[in-house]
Design a protein around this ligand. Structure first.
Ligand SMILES: [Zn+2]
Length: 489
């Protein structure tokens, strides 16, 4: 099982970084298919159901790991085809042909407002061409899920991730209600100043452009990223170069997927941190984010059983760590010390970082509401296109059309895992500030505190951290306090 995971991860990674044109994950699944045949999954289920208290949690994780592979096997060939299609796709703009991922990446730093929209529209044609394949995959997946006796997709994920999505959604919507006025006000000022337009009402592509906070890019040179990160993690006692099991890939290749990622090929022995530099502040955010994952899995205790190293209940735990390390780049004191930025400018950048964080959060609020509604009637395309455009536009304030209604989903309701991490990381930041001071990001005690958490691998879950820090699960107070600072000036 561990070897299957490693081979699968390597194949995915090679395609991701642009070193392989066509991923052949299907061949790997075929090679290991004896592991997750229907009868194997049934035995794992029976074992789990009759397991002793001591073995129950491990047996539960093995069952769900096998079940998800059994389900994935049905669509892996189509998944390979989809990836190959995107890697080969060209986007045509002004008589020029760009690889799809390069075009997506260019929307982030195209300074011209209109050309940004044209680039997006051209790139979106590639997505439109993949929708029928995506729908075919979805229909196949839903059929297998129902054959396994789950009433619908959300029911399966809720059981697997031990989540009450209805209760969670209500916490998130309470949060949204509290912060929407702050968001509209602060975004309105920013959009008017940065783009000379009114907010809400501009196209969604401008959000990815703003996310790179273009006017600050000069303060975040790509060529200094590696050395600044090295110094900063060394200050925490978590220097990446000290861990030969953590491999960094910061190279730029045209076919490399622009989305930063961490591949956990074998925990803790082989971890890959991958980003594609874009020469924007986002490179720093992406690197520090993925470094949190890399350190979490790279510092996991090797003696733990496989289930507690590799089969997490959800991703909401590891995202708390990555959000915590990513938040370092937004600390005014850190900006002054590690990038030699003046105190006034550092405050301005820090405030902008908080606003970008809020902008992303509001998009995720939209995604959560959309995905939960989507799965009430997942194959009704007309309904779902409209639902996607309406929900995302309403929550984010940027204008979405329906074309990405199948593409803009991470699977397994990952969106909720991210939101759980958002909530718990805000608690973590309050806690670290209180315990280790405003400069917690360079305090060895913070490093030690995190190291002890990392060692536990994925044996614990996001909400265990909330409780450890002294908060109730899904307490949105710390997040509201963070964003309120945006209007206290
Ligand atoms: Zn992450």
């Amino acid at each position: 099982l561990a070897q299957f995971g490693a081979d699968y991860s390597t194949e995915s990674r090679l395609a991701w970084v642009g070193e392989k044109d066509t991923p052949d994950r299907a061949a790997i699944v075929r090679r290991y298919r004896d592991l997750f045949t229907t009868s194997q999954v049934e035995s794992a289920k029976a074992f789990y159901e009759s397991a002793t208290e001591e073995m129950k949690e491990r047996a539960r994780r093995v069952y769900f790991a096998l079940l998800s592979m059994n389900i994935a096997e049905q669509t892996v060939e189509m998944d390979d085809r989809l990836d190959a299609k995107l890697l080969k796709a060209k986007v045509e703009i002004d008589g020029e042909k760009l690889p799809y991922y390069q075009a997506v990446s260019e929307t982030m730093h195209e300074p011209d407002f209109e050309r940004r929209e044209s680039l997006f529209t051209a790139a979106e044609k590639v997505i439109a061409d993949t929708n029928s394949l995506r729908r075919e995959m979805l229909a196949r997946e839903l059929k297998v899920i129902s054959d396994w006796g789950y009433s619908n997709f959300v029911d399966l994920v809720a059981t697997e991730k031990l989540m009450d999505y209805k209760a969670f959604r209500s916490s998130i919507n309470q949060l949204a209600e509290a912060i929407t006025p702050i968001y509209i006000d602060a975004m309105g000022k920013w959009v008017s100043e940065a783009l000379g337009r009114e907010f809400p009402g501009i196209h969604r592509v401008h959000a990815s452009y703003l996310r790179g906070v273009p006017k600050f890019n000069q303060y975040f040179p790509s060529e200094r990223l590696a050395s600044v990160a090295d110094k900063s993690f060394a200050a925490l006692g978590l220097r990446l170069a000290d861990y030969p099991n953590i491999h960094l890939d910061l190279e730029d290749r045209p076919k490399k997927n622009p989305r930063a990622v961490c591949f956990t090929t074998k925990v803790p022995d082989e971890i890959h941190l991958i980003i594609k530099p874009t020469d924007t502040q986002q490179d720093y955010d992406a690197f520090f984010h993925e470094a949190g994952h890399a350190l979490h899995f790279g510092l996991t205790d090797r003696a733990l059983p496989l289930e507690f190293k590799e089969f997490s209940t959800s991703h909401a735990l590891t995202e708390v760590y990555s959000y915590t390390t990513a938040s370092i780049v937004g600390q005014p004191g850190w900006l002054e010390k590690y990038l030699e930025i003046s105190p006034d400018k550092a405050l301005e950048i820090s405030r902008a970082t908080t606003l970008v964080d809020l902008m992303m959060l509001m998009r995720y609020v939209g995604k959560l509401n959309y995905e939960l509604d989507f799965f009430e009637s997942p194959l009704d395309d007309k309904r779902n296109r409209a639902l996607y455009a309406d929900t995302l536009t309403r929550c984010s304030g940027f204008t979405y059309d329906g074309e990405s209604y199948l593409d803009d989903m991470d699977g397994g309701l990952y969106v909720a895992d991210y939101l759980r991490a958002w909530i718990t990381q805000a608690m973590m930041e309050e806690y670290l500030t209180q315990e280790f001071g405003a400069a917690w990001y360079e305090n060895k005690k913070t490093g030690q505190f995190l190291r002890e958490l990392f060692a536990q691998g994925v044996a614990i879950e996001n909400e265990d951290i909330s409780r450890k820090l002294g908060y109730k699960q899904w307490d949105v107070g710390p997040l509201i306090r963070r964003y309120k600072k945006l209007i206290q000036e």
